[in-house]
Design a protein around this ligand. Structure first.
Ligand code: A3P
Length: 329
């Protein structure tokens, strides 16, 4: 067994003022939220308790990790990766939910101290994961892993040991999608508007913020032979091309016909139909598979927010140097 490493970052409480603002929105959390490391990633106190456990997880060479900032297209990529790696086993993919096939490493650390009642009826029977950092060491190989932790908080030998994917998305679309997710999962009251969410996002008072630093960490490692960095917009624009790249990266070969079938399987409408909440709330925004579009943010931002978003995008580009392809679909 590898020697336990010291967790290399500081974990400190947010300021009292920040905590008061956060708790006006995030319901049921008693302890102060924390900021981790030099970029001050925002997490509930529970993550701070277990940051070292997560950092010290043993990585196996046949693990596959899919990482992202929340609402960037993680589930979409998880499904693509799993199918490519598993001989395009559509039958299992259709019958066993992606959240069962992947461990969601930090999931339990996100829970509030005051347990909320079972959310929304659409979520019944649908848990975010069956496995997490507590059960991860005893899972049989090959293990599939999802994480919204920045790479710096994950095991330091991760990239040297296993294949890692990261997916990024236009932050403005992430904000809108994340806002609806916060309401769907009852982190926030239904009355909270996108405008308020945006204000919190700008101040890095939203879970996992700052987004741009998390993306930068992965983007800077994009040329590592074990890293595949993808953008949601590329998947929207040219899914067959992305499928080819993922196959190559994982060393898998399929016929054109098989890849076409995969492309079909991964279409938004098909995945929505298959998702546990799919049929019940077809037209609601409060569903995991909400709209599946790029550029939809413009409908939710007023003029002032659009101006602020321009400023934010400058900051984002300064930080990540990443340009998203222009996709509006
Ligand atoms: P929207 O809320 O904009 O619709 P994550 O899995 O990281 O939480 O990301 C969720 C976002 O990815 C949601 O965005 C969801 O609809 C979108 N998504 C999931 N599967 C998709 C697919 N097959 N095609 C397009 N978008 C998809």
């Amino acid at each position: 067994m590898a020697k336990e490493q010291r967790f290399p970052f500081t974990i400190q409480n947010v300021t009292e003022e920040e905590d008061a603002v956060i708790k006006q929105y995030y319901k049921g959390y008693n302890r102060p939220f924390v900021r981790i490391g030099p970029h001050g990633y925002l997490w509930p106190a529970g993550y701070g308790d277990h940051a070292a456990d997560i950092y010290n997880l043993e990585v196996r060479p046949d693990d596959i990790w899919v990482t992202s900032y929340s609402r960037s297209g993680t589930t979409w990529l998880q499904e693509l990766v799993w199918l490519v790696q598993n001989n395009l086993d559509f039958e299992t993919a259709s019958s066993v939910s992606v959240s069962t096939r992947y461990a969601f490493i930090e999931y339990p650390t996100l829970a509030s101290e005051v347990r909320k009642p079972t959310p929304n009826p659409i979520m019944k029977g649908q848990s975010a994961t069956d496995e997490d950092y507590t059960t991860f060491p005893s899972l049989p190989s090959p293990r599939y892993v999802k994480s919204h932790s920045p790479l710096s908080l994950l095991p330091s030998n991760l990239l040297e040991t296993a294949k890692v994917f990261h997916i990024a998305r236009d932050p403005r679309d992430v904000v809108v999608s994340y806002h609806f997710m916060h309401i769907m999962f009852r982190y926030f009251d239904q009355s909270v508007q996108v405008r308020e969410f945006w204000n919190l996002f700008k101040r890095n008072l939203i879970l996992h913020a700052p987004l741009e630093e998390q993306v930068r960490e992965a983007w800077e490692l994009r040329d590592h032979p074990n890293m595949m960095f993808l953008m949601y917009e590329e998947m929207k624009q040219d899914l067959p091309g992305v499928i080819d790249r993922v196959c190559k990266f994982l060393g898998k070969e399929y016929t054109r016909e098989q890849k076409d079938k995969l492309n079909e399987y991964l279409q938004f409408d098909n995945m929505k139909k298959k998702s546990p909440s799919g049929d019940e709330k077809k037209n609601s925004e409060l569903t995991f598979m909400r709209k599946g579009k790029s550029g939809g943010w413009v409908q939710y931002f007023d003029d002032e927010m659009k101006k602020e978003a321009e400023e934010y995008m400058n900051k984002y580009h300064m930080c990540t140097k990443l340009q998203f392809p222009d996709v509006n679909s």
